[in-house]
Design a protein around this ligand. Structure first.
Ligand SMILES: Nc1ncnc2c1ncn2[C@@H]1O[C@H](COP(=O)(O)OP(=O)(O)OP(=O)(O)O)[C@@H](O)[C@H]1O
Ligand SMILES: [Mg+2]
Length: 512
């Protein structure tokens, strides 16, 4: 195992780390989440922490922020040893984090969420509401977030909630800012703003720890890297000294070719036809069909109406006009239950919220919606549930200690795989996957893609909403491009190129 090389320090101007962790271990029942890892964070620099799902990235963040106490190892700030008895201690030491699953409160306002636990107080120790509102507005301005501090959080979409989490992290004067997959929920424009914010934090001399599965952004914003694999420290160094292939090999322990599974173009019967679907505000004039065995990509910029359309097809919202035909018969879908009864399932983008049932073991999470298929007599059932769960879990490359492990103790990416497994296990006829590989590491991505291709070959019809062009082009038989709530193009064959997709999605040149 490589340790942090002393030459790193010399290479980036002889700065010493603000914060340093050495030999940190943390064990959970059945898992050694961290096995003697080291990490150093430098002022004015971004350190990227990379590793597969379950490698221990979020765990080290929780150690850094005082949420977990390590079982062993040392931490120091400015060269002085520190121990955090709780989150308050870490905050007092100037360490702040935007966690992967941010804990925010729907019932509170934006300002209250930003200042919860450290609200400005006036005379008699009472909360100074005016000051809180003013300071919240100031922080929101600083990150260019177009939000009113007094808006109740529940009225915000997922991206805006994320901005509140960022504002919260910046509400303390931090020396170390940790971001655990901060861009996963953001649109392209918001991502650019976040990068600008990172630049500003760097210029202010703060040390930044940045966790991401997206290599393009790591190479764009990070100065240094640290790689974890299975709870161990694999290596650290300067971004300038590595290329993507090297970093991937350190992460996964092997080469990962980004080649998509070869698929024969299938011409099955039509299973789904959407005719004249419309929604008062989100989309209009939606017409398309889907065949058995087909993977139909939906590309567009965030906000193009793709997720809203899919939610309507799954019965979460109601269209104002239009019809769906399933196997040629007109069907009305007024609720998710009716969609499922018709063989249509939807795996949402926001899988954290709408997905896994925390507190239940993995196998029950997977079999929950398909219980009808496994239940016969009590005895048989448990074995069958396990067998069913195992089949899906293995094919999606899910990393867990055991199938009866609580889903809540899985890493973020592995929780997402559970949600995908759960819907696939219902053996739907049509599956709608919204950003299926978001938050999933580069090695597991290939497993998810291969599984999608296999299921399609068995006759499953797949709608894949994705903002990743290589994924859309690599997996789809046809691609529908949406912009501002309308279908603006349908491309297939030779027309399926990045330029064509981007041009249609952005509305540059050509017809509308
Ligand atoms: N509270 C817990 N109880 C039991 N096991 C846990 C707990 N928290 C984390 N783990 C385990 O520790 C390991 C590391 O998880 P961690 O969340 O740190 O991974 P990660 O690198 O952040 O992955 P991802 O990219 O999926 O977010 C995993 O095997 C996970 O299941
Ligand atoms: Mg994580």
């Amino acid at each position: 195992m490589l340790q942090i090389a002393p030459t790193d320090r010399e290479a980036l101007g002889g700065v010493s780390p603000v914060m340093r962790l050495d030999g940190i271990t943390k064990t959970f029942p059945g898992v050694k989440a961290l096995d003697g890892v080291s990490l150093a964070l430098y002022p004015g620099q971004v350190t990227a922490l990379v590793g597969e799902n379950g490698a221990g990235k979020s765990t080290i963040v929780k150690v850094l922020t005082g949420i977990y106490r390590p079982d062993g190892g040392e931490m120091s700030v400015d060269g002085k040893p520190v121990q955090f008895a709780g989150a308050q201690d870490a905050t007092a030491a100037g360490i702040t984090a935007i966690h992967q699953e941010t804990v925010l409160f729907d019932e509170l306002t934006v300002a209250e969420n930003i200042f919860i636990g450290h609200a400005p107080r006036g005379r008699f120790g009472l909360i100074d509401w005016a000051a809180m509102k003013a300071r919240a507005a100031e922080i929101l301005r600083r990150i260019d977030a177009p939000l009113d501090p007094m808006t109740p959080l529940r009225e915000l979409g997922i991206a805006n909630k994320h901005l509140v989490a960022i504002a919260r992290a910046l509400s303390v004067d931090a020396r170390v800012v940790i971001m655990d997959e901060p861009t996963a929920a953001l649109s392209q424009k918001e991502i650019e703003e976040l990068y600008a914010l990172v630049e500003r934090l760097k210029a202010e001399g703060r040390a930044i720890l940045f966790i991401s599965h997206k290599f393009d952004e790591i190479f764009r914003i990070a100065d240094r890297y640290t790689v974890f694999r299975d709870g161990s420290h694999v290596g650290s160094g300067l971004m300038a000294d590595v290329d993507e292939a090297t970093l991937v090999r350190m992460m996964v322990g092997r080469d990962v070719d980004q080649i998509f599974p070869k698929r024969a173009h299938v011409v099955g019967d039509e299973v789904l036809k959407v005719v004249g679907y419309a929604h008062p505000t989100e989309f209009d004039e939606i017409n398309f069909d889907l065949k058995r065995g087909e993977i139909l990509g939906f590309y567009g910029l965030v906000g193009a109406g793709r997720s809203e359309l899919m939610q309507a097809l799954f019965g979460i919202t109601r269209p104002s006009k239009g019809a769906v035909r399933i196997d040629g018969n007109v069907r009305v879908i007024r609720s998710p239950a009716e969609a499922i009864a018709n063989g249509i399932v939807y795996v949402p983008e926001d899988r954290g919220k709408q997905g896994a049932v925390i507190g239940l073991p993995i196998f029950q999470n997977v079999t929950l919606p398909s219980l009808g298929r496994t239940s016969r007599s009590g005895f048989l059932r448990l074995a069958e549930e396990f067998a069913l769960a195992r089949q899906y879990v293995e094919r999606l490359d899910l990393r867990a200690a055991a199938l009866d492990q609580d889903v809540g103790t899985l890493s973020g990416g592995n929780q997402q795989k559970v949600v995908i497994a759960k819907w696939l296990a219902t053996k739907p006829r049509v599956i709608i996957l919204d950003e299926p590989t978001k938050g999933i590491d580069i090695g597991s991505k290939a497993a998810v893609h291969a599984f999608m291709a296999e299921l399609a070959a068995e006759g499953l019809a797949v709608i894949m909403v994705s903002s990743e062009i290589p994924e859309v082009l690599g997996m789809s038989d046809r691609v529908i491009v949406m912009r501002e709530g309308l279908i603006v193009a349908e491309v297939s064959g030779d027309e399926m190129t990045p330029e064509v997709l981007v041009r249609h999605a952005a509305g540059i040149g050509g017809e509308r």
